[in-house]
Design a protein around this ligand. Structure first.
Ligand SMILES: [Zn+2]
Length: 102
């Protein structure tokens, strides 16, 4: 039995992660484990990151790929809510680094 390398991402939400981490709908289709939203899939995780990187290059958004690294396994309703949650996360880590400097 070969390993299932599929990597999935939300069609209606911002979930992304390996196929092993998703839920299934009543009809047995893979779905977001958080909001039960429908998912798209790629053959491998590498393909997903290629998509992320090409979008980041197109939009010249340097925070796009690290944002998706952080967002793996999490569900956000929109890209805007993902962006603001990630911004809050960065602020929180800045605070931690600041206290380490003391
Ligand atoms: Zn979701």
């Amino acid at each position: 039995m070969s390993e299932d390398t599929r990597y999935v991402y939300g069609a209606g939400c911002m979930f992304s992660g390996p196929i092993q981490r998703v839920g299934t709908t009543q009809s047995g289709l893979p779905c977001c484990p958080h909001c039960k939203g429908v998912l798209f899939e790629t053959d491998t995780e590498e393909k997903w990151w290629e998509m992320v990187r090409s979008y980041a290059q197109k939009t010249r958004d340097e925070s796009y790929e690290p944002m998706w690294c952080w967002a793996t396994g999490r569900c956000f309703a929109t890209l805007e809510s993902l962006r603001s949650a990630y911004a809050l996360h960065l602020e929180a880590s800045d605070d931690e680094e600041a206290t380490d400097d003391d």
